[in-house]
Design a protein around this ligand. Sequence first.
Ligand SMILES: O=P(O)(O)OC[C@H]1O[C@H](O)[C@H](O)[C@@H](O)[C@@H]1O
Length: 314
Amino acid sequence: MERKNRPSSIAMSPSLPQPSVSLEDNIVTARLPSGDSCQVYLYGATVTSWKTSDNNERLFLSSAAALDGSKPIRGGIPIVFPVFGPPPKDHATGQLPQHGFARNSVWEYLGKSSSESMGTKADDSVKLDFGLGSSMLSEDMKKKWPHDFGLVYSVTLSKGKLEVQLHVQNKGDKAFDFQCLFHSYFTVKDISKTTVSGLEGASYVDKVRKAETFTEESSDIPITSETDRVYSTPSVPPIVVKEDGKDSLVCTRDALPDCTVWNGWQEKIAGMGDFEPKDAWKRYLCIEPGTVSSWTKLEAGDAWEGSAIFEAKL
Ligand SMILES: O=P(O)(O)OC[C@H]1O[C@H](O)[C@H](O)[C@@H](O)[C@@H]1O
């Protein structure tokens, strides 16, 4: 029957492109309408891929990286927590593995949120949250670091940018000390044409020169041999990687006063079983923002947050 005064159909606005997020085989993949994408393994909550809309892979991942949970992933952005490097034997972290347990624990995917578009424009960023708590550690690890803690790691992908943020909560009744760092491996086209600026005047511990402390004099540091330095830059200026004299990556930091600059060079990389191809030392540079030159003390019930934003320029 034909209805009188039939309401006219409501005009629908064409649906706007949204970020897509999937969880498959313990890997979270996010893609923006702009074409930017990232991939995060629940193992270590390690970001293993960050591609900008030009389809350029910004992170270096070794082709021999163990991706089966048998050891930390070589490449991408492993998370260092609660200790950087070999743990000092006389410290509460003394029994833990190199760089702690966060990079070789299985994290939980807590979900995604995207920027509010209010239906007026396409969402242009997506935030992925991952959690790790004391109850998720192996019995062995719990014994080695018997603290009640909660970590929330957020990875935010937006056009040309990747933000990583770590929230640390002390859920126990005793204070604990920690260090943390984002051990980011970036791709570079040619290490011999790569420099790092933003560190002039900073003091650094040079692990290649007997772990002695120096002051950086160069405004544009060339990487010409094995480099393994922990810079302390309390005023957190942006750190800029330049390729062929042009800015290729800018790293801005919040509450992360230190930054390691690492390239193992030919000989060191030759001895690393999970680093392939062997000539890839020419095509990667680790820029690792963190807080590692001293301990951060977290009182019972307190929380701490640190973050870094990586912006692709080229
Ligand atoms: O082999 P890993 O435990 O992953 O450590 C890889 C590198 O991490 C940091 O950058 C350290 O400063 C280096 O000394 C170390 O070689």
